[in-house]
Design a protein around this ligand. Structure first.
Ligand SMILES: [Zn+2]
Length: 138
């Protein structure tokens, strides 16, 4: 996509600090660095979000995430690591080219994600699950 910043990074039209590359993915340092070692794993092909990935692309991103996460752990010894991926503006997506954040975490680092649990009854969970299962079966 011609005006996509991540497509330009993949095409090396915009500089990036790359840590890992394979046939389908490119991993590079997030310019914002919420914490040292913060890496983005992007699909090389333009795909707006998770919904558009084929199985091979999804598997490639997961493989690269696991490999790079282990390297981040070994290099920075964080207290933890958050994996963050957003689909759509309301979810927090700001670059509309599929990517995953690998974010080393430390106690009290200021990174927050509120998690407003609703704890619905089991019947509601079954209702939600049935909707999803029906679409998976298609
Ligand atoms: Zn793109």
């Amino acid at each position: 996509m011609t005006d996509c910043v991540f497509c330009k990074i993949v095409a090396k039209q915009i500089p990036a600090t790359v840590v890992h590359e394979d046939e389908l993915t490119l991993a590079f340092m997030d310019i914002g660095q919420v914490n040292p070692g913060h890496v983005l794993v992007a699909l090389k092909a333009h795909a707006e979000n998770l919904y558009t990935l084929d199985d091979a692309q999804a598997a490639a991103v997961a493989r690269s995430c696991a490999r790079v996460a282990r390297a981040i752990r070994d290099a920075f010894a964080p207290d933890g690591l958050s994996v963050y991926q957003a689909n759509g503006k309301p979810a927090g997506q700001t670059v509309f080219h599929y990517h995953v954040h690998l974010l080393p975490r430390h106690a009290g680092d200021g990174m927050e994600l509120t998690w407003p649990v609703k704890n619905p009854p089991r019947e509601k969970l079954e209702e939600y699950a049935a909707k999803i299962r029906a679409r998976l079966a298609r």
